[in-house]
Design a protein around this ligand. Structure first.
Ligand SMILES: [Cu+2]
Length: 126
């Protein structure tokens, strides 16, 4: 009897965990670029693997910025990255760093997505 209750409890917890995983709001921390006092630019590495990590990148306004995309994901879905507001549409080679320069002259939020607009991320310039 005790075992049955335990199994049931584990099952319920498992289902709860699955529901949370799919439907819960995952808070992801925004990553700010490191800008040291003397550096003339800012860089953030973005890993592309089933999405973008980090998916929110904070850049300092007016400092030349470069996003270093590293695509591990083999799917063609994430092969391209598109920044519609910046006129960027580039192919990301797999397992290679691909630098994309981002215009930081204007503050704002700039979304980016894969070529099919399924995975999203954003750059916040402030
Ligand atoms: Cu896609």
């Amino acid at each position: 009897m005790m075992i049955k209750i335990l199994v049931l409890l584990i099952a319920v917890l498992l289902i709860a965990a699955i529901i949370w995983w799919f439907f819960g709001r995952h808070q992801e921390k925004a990553v700010a670029a490191d800008v040291s006092a003397d550096s003339q630019d800012q860089k953030v590495k973005v890993e592309v693997n089933g999405g973008y990590s980090p998916s929110t990148i904070v850049l300092k306004k007016g400092v030349p910025a470069e996003l270093d995309f590293y695509r591990k994901d083999p799917s063609s879905c994430l092969e391209r990255v598109v920044f519609p507001d910046m006129g960027i549409n580039e192919k990301l080679p797999q397992n290679q760093l691909h630098q994309i320069k981002v215009d930081t002259s204007k503050a704002g939020e700039y979304e980016f997505a894969c070529g099919m607009n399924m995975f999203h991320g954003k750059v916040i310039v402030k």
